[in-house]
Design a protein around this ligand. Structure first.
Ligand code: CMC
Length: 417
């Protein structure tokens, strides 16, 4: 107290102690609860990683089956929600719909709201109260389960299509693809033709690719949106409002909007021969090389290597994206260029992810939604960890350094010049 350190953009401020995700930015290392991201991406499933991130250890078969069942059952939405989604304009940005939808969801569940149930609703969890802990778990299952449903509803309402009830007997990502029942331009999204009477079946390679992308996006330590989640959560609103706050933060082009910015950049470059001119403009600070650079990684983001391989798998089904050659040229040229090397700017997770989503036929403005769905897990892991802190929750209230005018007397309106 008393001494204030000015740290613009939190470059050097640690605000929590956490045991969720470890990043070594100098050596390109990322681990969830101690497990290397490379092993999780090749051996695990998204819901298994979700359990790991939230509860701290890998689940047994029985724990995983129960978790999967609870999450998937909670995918069902109240029929009244149809009216909420239909109230948006046909061209509303899906992130605007999704952000609002999470807050709207909270209005159904007063049981999760400390303003209604008492300020000690979650402190009881920290003290090990089994009923309070069960209540907290229920909100977690529900938020993860409904994230795909809300995202699919935001997607379909813009196409004027009916909503799809979450199926049974499918994995989390298969269920998501099923609910989207996506009209891919290549028709490769599904193993059944959209014109046939056969029920829609997500393509197994694309479903697994999406599952890996979801694992890679599930958490990333104290990024802007997870910080927002903790900041919002520290005043004890319900977890639905907390997730809506995270969504709002992720929406920005410097965070969850970066993969969309990559595609716009590649389209504007047009072809590999225009790459040198584009990089020259970046060096003159007229342009930003989207998908490059990271606050923490000062070498390649380890997720970018995994995602590059996933892209190859996806392209075997969808065919290569026409922007791939430009992306490769840009990637290779930038990594050789002293401007980027000296600033330790390397590809981040978003450099390739947009190309995968594009090849799968998703519209660009849906890319951030594909980031939110898995990141809900990371947000909830951070929120739960804070709520269960044995020291209790401390409201996040930073200080500023005031640089405005000193005290001055008020001037009446008719006396102002
Ligand atoms: N293109 C050109 N120059 C860059 C870039 C870039 N993408 N990123 C950083 N620089 C320069 C920056 O101008 C500065 O140069 P100088 O020292 O000469 O002034 C130097 O590199 C250091 O960068 P910084 O701005 O201090 O880095 P930061 O930690 O504040 O910002 C960042 C990190 C991710 C916002 C930034 O690298 C960026 O804007 N990248 C492009 C957007 C992007 O790909 N975002 C996705 C991030 S990963 C996913 C996620 O977290 O959501």
């Amino acid at each position: 107290r008393g001494l204030r350190v000015f740290d613009r953009g939190f470059l050097n401020t640690a605000v929590i102690q956490s045991s969720i995700t470890y990043i070594d930015g100098d050596n390109g290392i990322l681990r969830y609860r101690g497990y290397p991201i490379e092993q999780l991406a090749s051996e695990s499933s998204f819901l298994e990683c979700a359990y790991l991130l939230i509860y701290g250890s890998l689940p047994t078969q029985a724990q995983l089956s129960l978790f999967d069942r609870e999450v998937l059952l909670h995918g069902l939405m109240h029929a009244d929600a149809t009216g909420f989604f239909r109230s948006f304009r046909y061209d509303a940005h899906p992130m605007a719909i999704l952000t609002s939808a999470f807050a709207y969801l909270g209005s159904y569940y007063g049981e999760a709201n400390p303003s209604l149930q008492g300020q000690d609703l979650y402190t009881k969890c920290a003290k090990g109260d089994p009923v309070a802990l069960q209540n907290m778990d229920r909100q977690i299952f529900r938020l993860i389960g409904k994230a795909t449903t809300l995202a699919a509803m935001a997607y379909r309402v813009r196409q004027g299509r009916e909503f799809v009830v979450p199926p049974t007997g499918m994995s989390y990502t298969e269920s998501f693809l099923y609910q989207l029942d996506h009209l891919s331009p290549t028709d490769a999204f599904s193993t059944s033709s959209s014109s046939s009477a056969t029920p829609y079946k997500p393509h197994p390679i694309l479903a697994r690719a999406l599952d890996i992308l979801f694992i890679l996006h599930a958490d990333h330590e104290l990024n802007a949106s997870s910080t927002t989640v903790l900041q919002a959560g520290s005043s004890l609103p319900d977890p639905y409002s907390v997730v809506a706050a995270g969504c709002a933060s992720l929406y920005g082009p410097l965070h969850g909007g970066a993969n969309e910015a990559v595609i716009r950049m590649l389209v504007s470059i047009g072809s590999p021969e225009n790459v040198p001119a584009f990089l020259a403009a970046v060096k003159r600070r007229e342009k930003v090389l989207s998908g490059f650079g990271h606050r923490v990684y000062k070498t390649s983001d380890p997720r970018s290597f995994i995602i590059r391989k996933v892209a190859d798998e996806v392209f075997t089904v969808t065919g290569p994206d026409p922007l791939l050659a430009t992306a490769m040229a840009l990637h290779d040229e930038a990594l050789k260029d002293d401007y980027f090397v000296s600033r330790k700017l390397a590809p981040n997770v978003d450099f390739w992810s947009g190309l995968i989503y594009r090849a799968m036929g998703f519209p660009m403005d849906f890319f951030p939604v594909l980031f939110v769905v898995p990141r809900v897990v990371g947000w909830l892991a951070h929120w739960r960890q804070m709520m269960l802190s044995p020291d209790g929750v401390k409201i996040w209230r930073p200080r500023q350094i005031y640089v405005g005018p000193p005290e001055r007397p008020f001037v009446l309106l008719n006396e102002r010049e």
